[in-house]
Write a protein that binds this ligand. Structure first.
Ligand SMILES: NC(=O)c1ccc[n+]([C@@H]2O[C@H](COP(=O)([O-])OP(=O)(O)OC[C@H]3O[C@@H](n4cnc5c(N)ncnc54)[C@H](OP(=O)(O)O)[C@@H]3O)[C@@H](O)[C@H]2O)c1
Length: 190
């Protein structure tokens, strides 16, 4: 009897804790939705993207001459490949851009914080593009220490592999959608 009472009490208290956590998360979410930043990002950003698309569409519809520039693709053979660095290249837009740029002939540097995801992404690119030139570096962009280590390793790799000692394209793609302020291990806002 006493055991069953204790068990029921414990269950109820853990449910109460869970409810409290969910309520706290919901409160944070509501706070974020009501913030100026959210509306600026969700509404103004969407409106400006749609406006740009509309302008492009109208221009294309009524303009006789083409406004498109011819693309000058980089040389794609041997050591002359241009170098492209993509941060957050292990998923989403970053991974898609990495594959697309490997197809364009870039030597693609994948920067990501999980070595497992990095090797998975690298394998994925190589399985779809046998000629891809890909290199992965582990870096946590919320840590300056990790960023400086990445910079040194990248410089060393460029030197060792006798490639262009410059980065032709940098895609600062890594990012998170944070609903509440988060501090990095070094005390900076993530
Ligand atoms: N998709 C959209 O609709 C949208 C709209 C507006 C802006 N964006 C921005 O566009 C970018 C790409 O979006 P997505 O949808 O492709 O996002 P995603 O799939 O979440 O990819 C973000 C990438 O950034 C990496 N990353 C996050 N924090 C990092 C850190 N501290 N160090 C190193 N890597 C880190 C993630 O690595 P892990 O896998 O290790 O977490 C992941 O590979 C993001 O910056 C996002 O905020 C996207």
């Amino acid at each position: 009897m006493l055991y069953s009472l204790l068990f029921t009490f414990r269950n109820k208290s853990s449910e109460r804790t869970k409810t409290r956590i969910v309520m706290k998360e919901l409160k944070g979410l509501m706070h974020f939705i009501c913030s100026v930043q959210f509306w600026r990002m969700a509404v103004l950003w969407t409106v400006s993207v749609l406006t740009s698309y509309w302008q492009l569409f109208v221009q294309r519809l009524f303009s006789q001459k083409s406004d498109f520039f011819t693309r000058h693709l980089p040389p794609t053979t041997g050591l002359t490949r241009p170098v492209c660095v993509i941060t957050g290249a292990t998923s989403g837009l970053g991974a898609a851009a990495a594959y697309a740029l490997s197809k364009e002939g870039f030597s693609v540097v994948l920067a990501g914080r999980s070595s497992h995801s990095l090797s998975k992404t690298m394998k994925g690119i190589l399985s779809r593009n046998k000629d891809a030139h890909v290199k992965a570096f582990q870096v946590d962009l919320s840590s300056f220490q990790s960023i400086f280590k990445f910079k040194d390793s990248l410089q060393q790799w460029l030197l060792d592999s006798n490639m262009h000692f410059s980065i032709q394209l940098l895609i600062n793609n890594a990012g998170i959608l944070a609903t509440s302020p988060r501090l990095s291990s070094e005390g900076h806002d993530q």
